[in-house]
Design a binder for this molecule. Structure first.
Ligand SMILES: [Zn+2]
Ligand SMILES: [Zn+2]
Length: 198
């Protein structure tokens, strides 16, 4: 039987769940009902310490950004190119609704890279339409403002298409080096600074 009083037992578990919360960087929730049950069952101090995480762990709720990025990762799984799997999600930030998705794939009627191999020109596969471009093409309406969530940073051509579709925020997981895109982005930023001043 427990040597501790019920109150001591409860505070011990509360303390350990707090430690586990920091160790795991997750929310750990122990209900009063669980504590009561453990106490009634005569679970020892040692068992209580070790069971707090297993019994009381509550999965953290995804942030909105994580939610859309995870969806972009799933969209990427549909890619037909063997070189890279890219997924893109366009979101209307006023409603937080997904308005289009896209992955890199062949155009209608042409074979898939995963079946026939990539069409390599200057170290890039040229057969596919990029994920972001596909997402823009799949938009059913024009939007004043959109957010992009993608597995990869957009290339120059996609960046231009996204900007023309009024994408104001781009969140991605992997960086992609593209000097042309960086030039275009810098010029845009310089222009917007100028217009703000005047
Ligand atoms: Zn390919
Ligand atoms: Zn691209």
């Amino acid at each position: 039987m427990n040597q501790l009083t019920k109150e001591q037992f409860a505070s011990l578990i509360a303390f350990n769940s707090l430690i586990n919360k920091f160790k795991l960087n997750r929310d750990v929730k122990i209900t009063l009902l669980q504590i009561d049950e453990w106490y009634q069952l005569g679970i020892t101090q040692y068992e209580a310490i070790n069971s707090t995480v297993a019994v009381g762990e509550v999965p953290k709720r995804l942030s909105r950004d994580e939610y859309f990025i995870r969806i972009a990762q799933v969209v990427a799984e549909r890619s037909t190119c063997s070189r890279a799997k890219v997924g893109a999600v366009l979101v209307d930030p006023r409603t937080n609704r997904i308005v289009a998705t896209g992955y890199n794939g062949s155009i209608k009627g042409s074979p898939h890279c995963i079946d026939v191999g990539c069409m390599m020109v200057e170290d890039h596969c040229r057969r596919t339409i990029h994920a972001e471009m596909n997402a823009v093409l799949h938009l059913e309406h024009n939007y004043d403002i959109l957010y992009l969530y993608s597995t990869h940073e957009p290339c120059a051509e996609c960046f231009k298409a996204l900007k023309t579709a009024n994408v104001v925020k781009m969140t991605y997981i992997n960086r992609y080096k593209d000097d042309v895109r960086d030039l275009i982005r810098k010029e845009l930023e310089d222009e917007s600074r100028k217009t703000k001043k005047t």
